[in-house]
Structures are given as C-alpha cells and as structure tokens.
Design a protein around this ligand. Structure first.
Ligand code: COA
Length: 253
C-alpha cells in the first residue's frame, strides 16, 4: 500500500482510507490500483467481513485526479482496461458489505462509488455532486442506472445535468445515504454500523447482497458508459474544461 491509501483491520472490518487531504482526496491511477487490491483481498479473505471506506481530512473525495484525466485523454489506451475501470469492476463484483463515511465534498467518482456501498453515513453538511457535465464528460460507475434507481429520474438528471451539489440532509431525505449526522460523529457512526454488520452471519449477508445486485449487469453498463466517457474525454470541450480547471478559470463551452 502507498501512504495515499491507508488500511486498518479491526473487529472483522477492513477500513480503507483515502489519504490525500491536500488535494481533497482526488484519486489517482495509483490510488485506484491500491483500492482495487484492497477490495479484492477483502473479498477473498474470510477474516474480512465488511469494508469501511473513509477519508482523511475535511473532504471525502474531489473525484478523479484531473491531471490524470489529461494524461489519459492524450494517450491511446482503452479506458476500460485502465486502473479506474479495474476499480469499478471490483466494486461491481464485491459481494461483502461495504460502508462509507462521508464528510465534506464527495465529487464525481467520490459520489458514484457510494452507490456501490451498502450503507452510507454522511455529515449533514457534506456536499455530494456528480458534476461530470462541468468537465464535459459523462457519468460512470453504473451511476446512470443506480442514481435514478435510488433518487428517481428527475433528481438524478438534475444532478448530472446541472452538476450542482446536494447536502447530506437532502441526500438522506432522497434515500441516497442511510444516516445524516453531525460531521464530528460521522466516522464513529459508520464504524459502529460496520462492526455490527461484521457480527452478522457472513454467508447469509453475502448471498443477500448478491441477490439484491446484478453485478454482471452493472459491469456491462460500466463498460458502455466507459465508451461514452472515453470519447468525451478526448473531445475539444473536455480539453477546454481540463485546461480551465488547471488555469483556475471557468470553462467556455
Ligand atoms: N484533481 C486534481 N486536483 C484537485 C482535484 C481533482 N479532482 N480537486 C481538487 N484538487 C486540488 C486543487 O487543484 C488544489 O490544488 P493546489 O492547492 O495545488 O492548487 C487543491 O486540490 C485544493 O482544491 P481547491 O480547488 O483549492 O479547493 P476548493 O475548496 O476551492 O474547491 C472543489 C473544492 C472540490 C469544489 C474543487 O477542488 C473542485 O471542483 N475540484 C474538481 C472536482 C472535479 O471536477 N472532479 C472530477 C469530477 S468528474
């Protein structure tokens, strides 16, 4: 593990923490690789009953690292073979319970990965957004199915098309998170849930989750979304958005 992803194992719970607070936990290719390894190992290791995803610092994650977007968009490779897609596949295939603790910003994949967590605890003042539109990209991680499935089409379309955040209280009201609590107790409440899940019958839990999610369907959709995402990522409008972010100015579409 690099120090950008930290893991702790306690009481049957594997805690995987994003640890790049100075960049608001923007996720790089190396971090995706580490996250994938952690999830796959958790899946195969009988001692691990639950995975708990947390983040160091004030923010959960500002999403994919935008400098990485730029370098990937300039390369020839197929996005579906990339480290991020291996991470998404690991999420789709994970049949043990996953819990997440969200404080501050959860942007882009920082939000869409939550759709693969079975229970989410958010701070009331957390800000969750899926602003792929601001970078002229497209939604990923099977979020085009999962998000409308959870919050309904009109709300999901608004989140994708306007790219504006909702707070943790609204996310709870819309069914996107299980609990919205004061920021200071988010990790504690999430740990408590993870520990309780870890005491339940493990095979019964896995089979319940497998019945509730069609992982093959999710992966097929992720690949289809990936084709659109990949072609948008190489488009002039996305290049303008990436450059604008780096130059700390608003994009001109
Ligand atoms: N990729 C790379 N670096 C990122 C990043 C990302 N996704 N998000 C934030 N950072 C970096 C910033 O460049 C800045 O770096 P610097 O200190 O070297 O200048 C640092 O993290 C702090 O971010 P900053 O923008 O100054 O914080 P803020 O509180 O003003 O705004 C956000 C926070 C999350 C609203 C803003 O950083 C943002 O919009 N980030 C991009 C989110 C995004 O579009 N993600 C991809 C979605 S598809």
């Amino acid at each position: 593990m690099t120090d950008l992803i930290k893991t702790v194992f306690e009481d049957g719970v594997l805690n995987v923490a994003l640890n790049r607070a100075d960049k608001k936990n923007a996720i790089t290719q190396t971090m995706y690789l580490e996250l994938t390894k952690a999830i796959l190992n958790a899946r195969d290791d009988d001692k691990v009953r639950v995975v708990l995803i947390t983040a160091e610092g004030k923010d959960f994650s500002s999403g994919n690292d935008i400098a990485d977007f730029i370098s990937i968009s300039q390369g020839e490779g197929n996005l579906v073979g990339s480290d991020v897609f291996q991470f998404l596949k690991a999420l789709a295939d994970m049949d043990k319970p996953m819990v997440a603790a969200v404080r501050g910003r959860a942007v882009g994949v920082g939000l869409t990965m939550l759709l693969h967590c079975d229970m989410v605890v958010a701070a009331k003042d957390a800000l969750l957004s899926a602003p792929f539109i601001n970078l002229a990209l497209a939604p990923e991680a099977a979020s085009t199915l999962l998000l409308p499935g959870i919050i309904g089409y009109p709300r999901a379309f608004e989140m994708f098309a306007l790219g504006e955040p909702i707070d943790g209280g609204t996310a709870q009201e819309w069914g996107l998170v299980n609990r919205a609590v004061p920021s200071i107790v988010v990790d504690e409440v999430a740990w408590d849930i993870a520990r309780r899940l870890a005491t339940r019958a493990p095979n019964s839990l896995r089979r319940t989750k497998a019945l509730m999610r069609d992982s093959a369907q999710l992966w097929e959709l992720m690949k289809r979304e990936g084709e659109v995402f990949g072609s948008q990522m190489r488009s002039p409008e996305a290049m303008e958005a990436f450059t604008a972010f780096m130059e700390k100015r608003a994009p001109k579409f």
